[in-house]
Design a protein around this ligand. Structure first.
Ligand SMILES: [Zn+2]
Length: 127
């Protein structure tokens, strides 16, 4: 990636830098054709990917909004139903208490949110 004169510097925290660097090196080994060859380009690719994913969620799944989450639940406001869906782990799967389902649109929305990685369970493998 060639940076233009308008490129800006951003500082990564001491906690983030080694983690991202290790992932970049791993991705270069495992999937070299899909991984940017420069660390700066790799970080830019990740940021663009996150922004595009957010835009996708806003346009393809409109009316949903994550309004809160903790280690056990995600709360998704459903404007169409004027209700709040509570997503949790139940019987080793994601579960929507509103729909009483493992495969409703609230669960699908939750899976696309980065906060899904914060859901924890003592005995469960989500994926
Ligand atoms: Zn649901």
């Amino acid at each position: 990636m060639v940076l233009s004169r308008d490129a800006k510097n951003v500082t990564l925290s001491s906690a983030v830098y080694p983690r991202v660097k290790a992932r970049w090196e791993q991705d270069l080994d495992v999937k070299p054709s899909q991984t940017n060859k420069t660390f700066t380009g790799y970080i830019n690719d990740i940021l663009i990917s996150v922004l595009e994913k957010d835009e996708f969620l806003e346009t393809k799944i409109p009316g949903f909004d994550l309004i809160g989450h903790n280690s056990k639940q995600m709360f998704i406001k459903d404007a169409k139903k004027s209700k709040i869906a509570e997503i949790m782990v139940k019987s080793s799967k994601l579960y929507c208490a509103l729909c009483k389902s493992n495969d409703c649109e609230h669960v699908q929305y939750a899976l696309l949110r980065p906060e899904i990685t914060k859901l924890k369970s003592d005995t469960v493998m989500l994926f």
